[in-house]
Design a protein around this ligand. Structure first.
Ligand code: NI
Length: 387
């Protein structure tokens, strides 16, 4: 059973919303206009409840089915853009300089609005659908804010599902896996405090650049020597700042980066080893080394039953051959992870076709994917809430 006829009919209208959102990207929790647009649409569809300000700037729309009482299923989209200068050259390119929808959250929001319109028209389910539009997916933890705001309890959400587009996966295809599907992320900043001085008299200094350089190499031994080779662990140093002059050994050097893992124990081990290496190098070189380690998003963990269910729904839309049920996990982070810690559910990828990659200035959400994504949401809600 392929995409829904009604979803295909609505494609142009939904693409119009998508392009409007694309042209007006907002960052983080400051998605005020986007949230207002979403709330206005949900009201116009006749949603039974439209709650704004959930988790600061999140929006939740509720639609009751006509087939009786029951729990709610949560369908989640994200609304925020990225601090990137757009280079698509599209007529609906960003009007906000330095910001763009480079992760397709414009498409996610538009598709969930399309599903809301369909579900409000038809209501072929028991219980209710909670349409979750979250702010601040790109690092702000908006999903966590909504959970902490009591969203699951307030709307009686029993299960929760998320979807993200995937460049490289053909349009109309889906990909998913049970268990960890995206990584836990952490950010670290390490400050090496030595003793500055004249570059011609290094013996009178404690050179933080030499120490920090040793540290960059030493950190590579966390994944290569401390981690089980079959477990996923990434430690990447992405910043190295020190010094201002040719003839001065600076007082401090700062390095920073990210750690990605698929298991909590690995995340703990990486932090422990990082602190031990810093303490050891500080002692051996006579410097002081400060570690600021900030655990960020947890692992996005797909629950077994709900993943099989979501894959079956995807197969109803795309055919069994159109669903990859065991893709390798991705080492990117995703803050839908917090919702999956609060309730059982699953996160699925939707093909975006042969486009530029996520977070690239030339990326654009593929409107051809809309009918597939909307059909998935509608079928999922109807199947999860069958009377
Ligand atoms: Ni994204």
């Amino acid at each position: 059973m392929p995409i829904l006829n009604r979803a295909a009919e609505m494609q142009e209208e939904i693409a119009g919303w998508r392009r409007h959102l694309h042209a007006n990207p907002e960052l983080n929790f400051d998605v005020v206009e986007t949230a207002a647009f979403v709330a206005e649409k949900l009201k116009s569809f006749g949603c039974d409840e439209v709650a704004t300000g959930v988790g600061r700037t999140g929006v939740v729309g509720v639609i009751h089915g006509r087939l009786g009482e029951g729990p709610a299923v949560g369908l989640r989209a994200d609304m925020d853009a990225l601090p990137i200068t757009e280079a698509t050259g599209k007529p609906y390119a960003s009007r906000n300089p330095g910001r763009m929808h480079a992760c397709g959250h414009d498409g996610h929001t538009a598709m969930l609005l399309g599903a809301a319109k369909y579900l409000a028209e038809t209501r072929n389910f028991a219980g209710s659908v909670a349409l979750i539009f979250q702010p601040a997916e790109e690092g702000g933890g908006g999903g966590n804010e909504m959970v902490k705001d009591g969203m699951m309890e307030r709307f009686g959400i029993a299960k929760v599902f998320g979807m993200h587009n995937m460049p490289g996966l053909p349009v109309g295809r889906f990909a998913i896996r049970p268990g960890p599907i995206m990584a836990a992320t952490a950010e670290f900043t390490i400050t090496v405090k030595g003793r500055g001085g004249h570059a011609a008299m290094p013996q009178a200094t404690v050179d933080p650049i030499v120490i920090a350089s040793q540290l960059v190499g030493a950190l590579q031994t966390i994944p290569s020597r401390n981690a089980d080779p079959v477990e996923a662990l990434v430690v990447s140093v992405t910043k190295f700042h020190a010094g201002d002059a040719y003839n001065v050994i600076p007082e401090t050097a700062e390095i920073a980066g990210t750690v990605r893992t698929l298991k909590k124990e690995m995340a703990r081990k990486a932090e422990e080893r990082m602190r031990a290496l810093c303490a050891g190098l500080a002692a051996s070189f006579g410097a002081a080394i400060e570690v600021d380690y900030d655990a960020n998003y947890p692992v996005t963990f797909n629950h077994e039953r709900e993943t099989a269910f979501a894959a079956d729904v995807a197969a109803a839309v795309a055919g069994e051959a159109g669903v990859h049920r065991a893709i390798p996990p991705l080492m990117g982070g995703e803050d839908f992870s917090y919702m999956l810690e609060a309730r059982p559910g699953a996160f699925i990828f939707l093909g975006n076709g042969d486009t530029a990659g996520l977070h690239h200035a030339a990326y654009d959400f593929n409107d051809e994917a809309i009918a597939h994504g909307v059909s998935y949401w509608v079928r999922l809600a109807e199947a999860a809430l069958a009377a």
